[in-house]
Design a protein around this ligand. Structure first.
Ligand SMILES: [Ca+2]
Ligand SMILES: [Ca+2]
Length: 304
């Protein structure tokens, strides 16, 4: 959650893992929008997979977008799990999305694609398997790498044609079409997803000081399974990256959140207590759960 420059609160809600794993038979709400009746009844069940814009007293701002004819707290939708949110140097708001591994710039009323699209509409490895719509869903065994069983409908990204679709300004890093899921499952077992090239973004913060050269007005994005923090420079109007992200602080740690001391040279990072991270070694990715600094507050200091 963050305050915007407009004095409103922006709050993210993930899709709650619906249509996946143990919750495969529950309908994913990320593309579902509230009806006028639901808003009147304060029924917020469709708010999963959204970014909300609220007055600080919790009420719906009068200038919130009207989406499909209904004004609600919903500011943007079609999100998977936006764990990081930050105001950028131009006053625009950015979210770092865990699970489809995107950096998004929020546009009022925008549809960010999930679960129909992950990253760009490019028909890479991702297809939408609608498990929850299968009549026999409870009898099926969930599997996110094998062909869909009978009853589960499959949709290619290119079949999604919402006019308000907003592509990410960067992905980190979408699994390609020729990725060998079987090989990853063999070498990584239950931690298969740790071996995908995606990074599992967690938090997002803006560095505003001029102390560290080249960092002013850059976004810093922490990641869980990749063991690194990405330094992200935006272009002048904040609509795209100015250059490739820079990878910092590589370790065997799951970085949960980052904060900057007002002195501009001290950087605080908290880590997860447990969980898989990509091991630091050459060759194919393998996971490790032996973390260097589990459940720690780390301090990095710029000395020059
Ligand atoms: Ca998206
Ligand atoms: Ca894609």
């Amino acid at each position: 959650m963050t305050f915007g420059p407009d004095g409103k609160l922006y709050s993210t809600i993930g899709d709650q893992g619906k249509n996946q794993l143990a919750l495969a038979c529950l309908n994913n709400q990320a593309q579902h929008l509230p009806t006028a009746d639901q808003v009147a009844a304060k029924n917020w069940t469709t708010y999963e997979g959204k970014v909300l814009r609220l007055n600080p007293d919790g009420s719906i701002p009068e200038d919130n977008p009207e989406i499909n004819g209904v004004k609600s707290h919903v500011y943007t939708y079609g999100h998977r799990n936006a764990q990081g949110i930050a105001v950028g140097p131009t006053g625009d708001i950015y979210v770092a999305e865990h699970g489809d591994d995107e950096l998004n710039r929020l546009v009022a009323g925008g549809n960010y694609g999930w679960p129909y699209v992950s990253g760009y509409i490019d028909d890479k490895a991702y297809q939408y398997y609608n498990w929850s719509a299968a009549e026999n869903c409870s009898e099926l065994t969930f599997n996110d790498v094998a062909p869909a069983p009978a009853g589960v409908t499959v949709m290619n990204e290119s079949q999604f044609n919402a006019t308000n679709f907003v592509p990410p300004i960067q992905t980190f890093y979408t699994v390609d079409k020729d990725f060998n899921f079987t090989e990853a499952a063999t070498s990584c077992g239950e931690m298969t997803s740790t071996c995908y090239p995606t990074v599992a973004p967690s938090s997002l913060r803006l560095y505003t000081s001029d102390v560290i050269p080249g960092w002013e007005n850059n976004l810093m994005m922490t990641t869980l399974k990749a063991g690194r923090i990405f330094q992200i420079a935006l272009n002048e109007n904040g609509t795209a990256l100015a250059r490739e992200p820079v990878e910092l602080f590589r370790s065997e740690n799951r970085y949960r959140d980052i904060a900057f001391d007002p002195d501009g040279r001290t950087i605080y990072v908290i880590t997860d207590m447990m969980g898989p991270v990509q091991a630091m070694k050459e060759g194919p990715i393998i996971p490790t759960t032996t973390l260097w600094s589990p459940g720690s507050l780390l301090v990095f200091r710029y000395e020059r």
